[in-house]
Design a protein around this ligand. Structure first.
Ligand SMILES: [Zn+2]
Ligand SMILES: [Zn+2]
Length: 397
């Protein structure tokens, strides 16, 4: 089953031109779990290859503005899209219920069921073949980190052993694979351990949210495949990190080292850092460190298939190429004119904007379609829209 994280926002405190504030989408099979929902998260999703899915569960690490301000807008968008049946559950530390009380004037009445669940460190959500554990962090306010821990998987089925024991091909083998004993026609009882290899480990990942380095994090992330730890500051701002209960990159690396994780991803970087300098500081202590940018993903395969992997722009929408010869030759309709005069006016307007347009008769009607090359469509739409907008609502930079 595929498991990855899409980094939607990797900045601390405020958005920058290159980084949005905190939000991470966890994808496991068909599930989509959102961790934190800072300002602009719904737009980050729309700009990504993911799009804005009908998210059913949001996990908040704490209630600082740079982790929750995206909630009202996203919840309203779900309402505007006509969502009615599908419920939404928001998990968070103590205080999240009050937060939603305060958001009431912004949210109004939502047409779909909204459930708020407050979690304390140590609380566990059992979810079939995995669980989500809330763990304590050290941020001076009500806050939790989250660990996703998969159950062990049954060992590989040993066909040779089953053949040797005389287990016939068919349903008996399925029962054994499922972990139950079978009785053969000759009366012998075969137990699963006779035909299954050792149980295979599940995966584990931990997301801290904001925190100073903390023993509880080391414990919760122990031997995780992936630890996503905040690293707001570099060494030079160590004092500031202590005052504000954040971590430096080196401290995050120390936590990762003590927790013996496979990969450390640092995030929640202060806008004063580009990222590279923080990675260098962390790698001096824990070499397996990455600092994802917005729209990067980290894939977490099962242990036997390899190590967790940062995929640069793995969650980015496909880029529109600046020059696409196919697009130049493809003509698309930008407007329909009621008659020849109007059509020629539009054609003239577009020509003044540097766009060549062709006119095509509309079947069985007097009007004409105004066609431009696909590559020029957006510019043509802008030029036509500008016509219908009074100058005083458009400000020039
Ligand atoms: Zn924060
Ligand atoms: Zn915070």
């Amino acid at each position: 089953m595929d498991l990855d994280l899409v980094f939607l926002g990797t900045s601390a405190s405020m958005p920058t031109a290159r980084r949005a504030p905190a939000a991470i989408l966890l994808r496991r099979g068909g599930e989509r779990l959102l961790f934190d929902c800072a300002e602009g998260t719904q737009r980050q999703l729309q700009r990504s290859a993911v799009g804005l899915p009908e998210i059913e569960e949001i996990f908040l690490t704490h209630l600082h503005a740079d982790h929750v301000l995206g909630l009202p807008g996203m919840l309203k968008t779900f309402a505007l899209r006509g969502r009615e049946q599908l419920g939404l559950t928001v998990y968070g530390p103590r205080g999240v219920r009050d937060l939603f009380g305060n958001l009431k004037p912004f949210l109004g009445r939502l047409p779909y069921p909204l459930t708020i669940v407050e979690l304390a460190p140590g609380d566990v959500l059992e979810r079939g073949d995995y669980r989500i554990e809330a763990f304590a962090v050290d941020h001076g306010v009500s806050a939790v980190g989250y660990a996703l821990v998969e159950e062990e998987r049954p060992g590989r089925f040993d066909v040779a052993a089953a053949d040797a024991l005389g287990v016939p091909p068919g349903p008996e083998r399925g029962i054994l694979q499922g972990g139950d004993p079978v009785t053969l026609t000759d009366g012998r009882v075969i137990t699963p351990d006779a035909v299954l290899g050792p149980a295979r480990p599940g995966r584990k990942l931990a997301l801290t949210g904001d925190t100073a380095p903390a023993p509880s994090v080391i414990q919760a992330a122990y031997q995780a495949d992936l630890l996503v730890h905040e690293a707001t500051f570099g060494d030079e701002d160590k004092d500031r990190a202590r005052e504000t209960l954040h971590a430096t990159a080196a401290e995050a690396a120390q936590v990762a080292k003590l927790a013996e994780v496979k990969l450390l991803a640092i995030t929640h970087l202060s806008p004063r850092y580009a990222g590279g300098e923080l990675v260098r500081e962390a790698r001096a202590i824990f070499p397996e460190t990455v600092a994802p940018r917005d729209f990067d993903t980290i894939e977490v395969p099962y242990a036997e298939r390899g190590a967790p992997l940062l995929v640069k722009r793995g969650g980015a929408a496909p880029e529109r190429t600046a020059y696409d010869p196919g697009a130049i030759s493809r003509l698309v309709q930008v407007a329909t004119a009621g008659d020849v005069t109007e059509a020629e006016e539009l054609q003239e307007l577009l020509r003044n904007a540097g766009i060549e347009a062709e006119l095509e008769p509309v079947d069985n009607e007097d009007g004409l379609n105004v066609m431009v090359s696909e590559g020029a469509l957006e510019a043509a739409q802008d030029a036509i829209e500008a016509l219908s907008e009074p100058d005083d609502i458009i400000s020039e930079p």
